[in-house]
Design a protein around this ligand. Structure first.
Ligand code: PMT
Length: 406
């Protein structure tokens, strides 16, 4: 649903090994409907040929600060005025320092100073460089001035190091750029989101849990925060970094998630239950490690409270969105849960598939309300989360929001 049609995106490519990924970024931005122009620093030209970016953007690439031909057509002031958004991707440590200090000795530096456009920056560098206080101070300063910082992610780097500093994926960068043109759809709305699995202890070393990675709930939290909401993310144990601009409450068991949800929902407008909450817990949790038995071990389980039903019935005005994890009769079973749990909407996903649902990067769902059913085709959880947030914003009864805003 995010679109960049009629948007002018100016991509500044700087000189690092990740510069080759700018080709994919330019292609994705054009797929989203943007008109794209590219500025390369002289160092970037050492890593990727301008012709590649010219072919993909469909426009001449701008390199020289003083270029007689460019000045006659698109000089730095024209480029600065033309852009709706300046995206610097990848942004090296040196280019970040240049932007912070306002140096105008490259075309990119001059355009940055001159442009009234929104600025987004996707850094990429060695992990030691990223973590250096000088670099982190530069990032903080650019953020303070209003730039959106996209990434970096953590992992194996081109130099062989492992750590933070990898360029965010081209898909995430393009999606964040697209999202920046639809801000504020949940401005002033307080959203509580549960994510990940819960763990129900058997003894001090064993537990009952499930395959939820938290990716879906975390993507929703990031999308809601990007849409201007105040977000509390109540998360079971996952291996994900907290999304930016969200308040994270970490829990382990379903009961802890229930208590945190009840507390958070007292003052909220929207609750989204993306967590895979364990339906049962052990009646007796052994205080010592249970020794291996000669024969079978029988555990007695009791039902956990249904969190989403409890928060809905305790908070009259709360707009409640559930998820239905189904392996058969997807929409029919989801409809039953929608009714039984008295939800405003339910997101149905088929968790028998390995390419979507649990622990996958993508998902494919139905958005179901008491009077509508919309199929959302397979896409990244990041993109899908934005679409779901749009559905929620469309559906929210603003009078209800106003009622409990005080
Ligand atoms: O975390 P990922 O790896 O990204 O995977 C995403 C997901 C598959 C976990 C997610 O898309 C999803 O389907 N989440 C809901 C999983 C689930 O528990 O579904 P359910 O059909 O069993 O429960 C229905 C609803 O009731 C859910 O909103 C659930 O959060 C809620 N529930 C369930 C039990 C319980 N005791 N309390 C609850 O609130």
């Amino acid at each position: 649903m995010s679109s960049l049609s009629n948007k002018n995106i100016l991509v500044g490519v700087t000189g690092g090994i990740a510069a080759y990924k700018s080709a994919e970024i330019v292609r994705l931005l054009r797929d989203f409907g943007a008109d794209v122009r590219v500025i390369m620093t002289p160092a970037a030209v050492e890593f990727i040929r301008p012709l590649t970016l010219q072919a993909l953007s469909g426009n001449p690439v701008h390199i020289e600060l003083v270029d007689a031909e460019a000045e006659a057509g698109m000089g730095h002031i024209e480029l600065a005025r033309w852009a709706d958004l300046l995206l610097v991707a990848p942004a090296t440590a040196n280019s970040l320092a240049t932007l912070v200090h306002g140096a105008a000795d490259t075309l990119l530096g001059a355009v940055y100073l001159a442009t009234p456009a929104t600025v987004a920056i996707a850094p990429a560098m060695n992990q030691g460089m990223w973590l250096h206080p000088a670099n982190l101070a530069n990032i903080a300063e650019l953020e303070r001035r209003g730039a959106t910082i996209i990434g970096p992610t953590s992992g194996l780097q081109a130099c062989g190091d492992v750590g933070p500093g990898r360029l965010a994926t081209p898909t995430e960068i393009a999606e964040r750029v697209a999202a920046s043109f639809t801000p504020g759809i949940l401005q002033g709305v307080r959203v509580i989101i549960t994510a990940g699995p819960t763990r129900e202890a058997i003894d001090p070393v064993r537990y009952i849990s499930n395959h939820s990675s938290g990716k879906m709930g975390y993507a929703l939290a990031a999308a809601a925060a990007d849409a201007g909401a105040t977000v509390t993310l109540i998360s079971g144990p996952v291996n994900l970094d907290a999304p930016e601009h969200c308040h994270l409450t970490s829990v382990i068991s379903a009961n802890e998630m229930y208590l945190a949800s009840m507390q958070a929902c007292k003052n909220a407008h929207v609750f989204i239950g993306a967590a895979a909450v364990a339906d049962y817990r052990c009646v007796d949790v052994s205080s010592q490690k249970i020794k291996k038995q000669a024969c079978n071990l029988t555990l007695q389980l009791e039902k956990n409270i249904d969190i989403i039903t409890a928060v809905g019935s305790a908070n009259d005005h709360l707009y409640v969105v559930g998820f239905a994890a189904e392996t058969e009769n997807l929409t029919a079973n989801a409809q039953l849960k929608l009714d039984r749990k008295q939800l405003n909407a339910i997101v149905a996903n088929d968790v028998s598939r390995t390419d979507i649902g649990f622990d996958a990067d993508d998902n494919e769902v139905y958005w179901i309300t008491p009077n509508s059913e919309i199929q959302m085709h397979k896409k990244s959880k990041t993109q899908l989360a934005r679409d779901l947030i749009q559905c929620i914003a469309n559906d929210l009864d603003h009078r209800t929001v106003a009622d409990i805003s005080g």
